[in-house]
Design a protein around this ligand. Sequence first.
Ligand code: LMR
Length: 393
Amino acid sequence: MKSFSDVEMAPADPIFGLNVAFQSDQRPNKVNLGVGVYRDGDLKTPLLHSVQEAEERLAKEHQARSYLPIDGDRRYAEALTSLVFGPALEKKVYCAQTPGGTAALRVAGDFLFQVLHHTTIHLPTPTWENHRNVFVSSGLQIAAYSYYDHRAHELLMEPLLADLEKIPMGECVLFHASCQNPTGVDPTPEQWKKIAQVVKVRNLLPLFDCAYQGFGEGLEEDVAAMRLFAKEGIPLLAAYSCSKNFGLYAERVGALFAFFPQEEALKRLGSQMCRLIRSNYSNPPCHGAWVVQAILGDAKLRLEWEQELTKMRQRIHQMRHALMESLMGKGKKGFAFLQRQKGLFSFSGLEQPQVERLKSEYGVYMTNSGRINVAGLNEKNLEYVVGAICAVL
Ligand code: LMR
């Protein structure tokens, strides 16, 4: 047993810790390319107009704030299920509203460990820095499968398939639905088909992490892999975040989905999810989910939101392209691979000592893995960042 005075300092969070360091940096030309938050051309995280309008409508309705059900608002769950899985599959999906995608991952981890009695989860190498923490907290052991070729800057498709083949039958494998965090490299539709076949044959249980729907190619394209697996009849879990695509980061809006072809089992799955949620955060908050529901349930707001999402996606594409062009223009021809990456992040290939120098000498912040949030770039800071990168290469 320890007393308060024996408690050691926990290590800084590899992503949020960067924000703290960035805030205390006094240099005027500092640049934050760390945490995965979208920023507009003025480097501000926008409050979407569709969100503002939904909030104005909600404010007029003066809804009471009694507890939501343990698994959240049912209208939100239905609207989001339809957005993610589409009409052909939505009846075979259970959805629990969760406080963000991280809580969904944690409930999924608890479900795997406590209900399905899994001992291990298989994560891609590399993956989101927080996955390990979340699943270890659920009691799972972490195993890794091959994903990314650091030299060629592309998917390690054959080793990935070979690793999946070796996973014991029935175990859980985490996939990023799209815009893989941190690499920005996703399997092609053809590659997903091959992955789905191995998953099906080996009876593996996929857990999709879907935090960027609409940030890669489009609303439909970015969930196509999950839909493909479901159409193949593969039971799956999916953790979903509305943080990025609705710009509702601090509202903590997310969902945990379970797809199962035999509808009659969904009620039982849901009852176990509710049991786990009740002992964790009891039930989710209402405001953000009501905003999302108001947008998805209204044709005008939904159209506006889709247009705003398209603009965010286009700016990300432009900034990634500008970064690549500028680096190549400075003779760094090896950066052509950036163009193949998708979503908020560019996986630069910069190594930790270079990342450290960028931070200490130039005030340019990115995660230790060399992951760059391209939305942290704009016309004003791009050349400065490119100059700093060239200087440390
Ligand atoms: C990120 O990867 O930077 C984001 O998903 C934010 C987070 O929670 O880490």
